[in-house]
Unconditional design. Structure first.
Length: 154
């Protein structure tokens, strides 16, 4: 599926778009509640809370888990996982790892020796936004997919 075909499919199937968007919003709300509190709080900084949250390996496993959970969801509906989805999933796993590594570098101030954009304090937040977009894309693939037909014949 090309990008043009994907966008056309999103436009044609608004229900799937809203399901995927709602799913990502709910997962963000229930998984990263601390970030939402920091976003609306006067005393907390979103960037600081994001860094504190993502320097822990638990958040790395949570991000991996969100991606793997969608892969399982897709595989229950389809017999085969297409090549495009595999690359998107690999990209999501690498993004999760990059967020974790970058937040660790920011915590130790080692990122300042790197070139732009890696030396930018909030680069991991940008990567996180891209990760959320990838979760949306994977979820739409799940919803676009044709269910596996099950027969009672043995």
């Amino acid at each position: 599926m090309t990008i043009k075909q994907y966008i056309s499919r999103l436009n044609a199937d608004r229900k799937t778009t809203w399901i995927a968007f709602s799913w990502v919003c709910f997962m963000f709300f229930f998984t990263y509640t601390d970030l939402l509190v920091a976003l609306v709080s006067d005393n907390l900084s979103l960037a600081t809370e994001f860094q504190k949250l993502h320097i822990r390996s638990v958040s790395l496993f949570v991000n991996f888990g969100l991606i793997i959970m969608l892969l399982f969801d897709y595989s229950t509906k389809n017999k085969d996982v297409n090549r495009t989805l595999v690359w998107i999933i690999i990209g999501g796993l690498l993004l999760s790892l990059s967020i974790y590594v970058h937040c660790g570098k920011v915590a130790t101030k080692a990122h300042s020796l790197l070139c732009f954009p890696f030396n930018w304090d909030n680069f991991s937040i940008l990567l996180f936004v891209i990760l959320m977009a990838l979760l949306f894309i994977i979820k739409t693939f799940v919803e676009f997919s044709t269910p596996v037909i099950i027969s009672d014949e043995r």
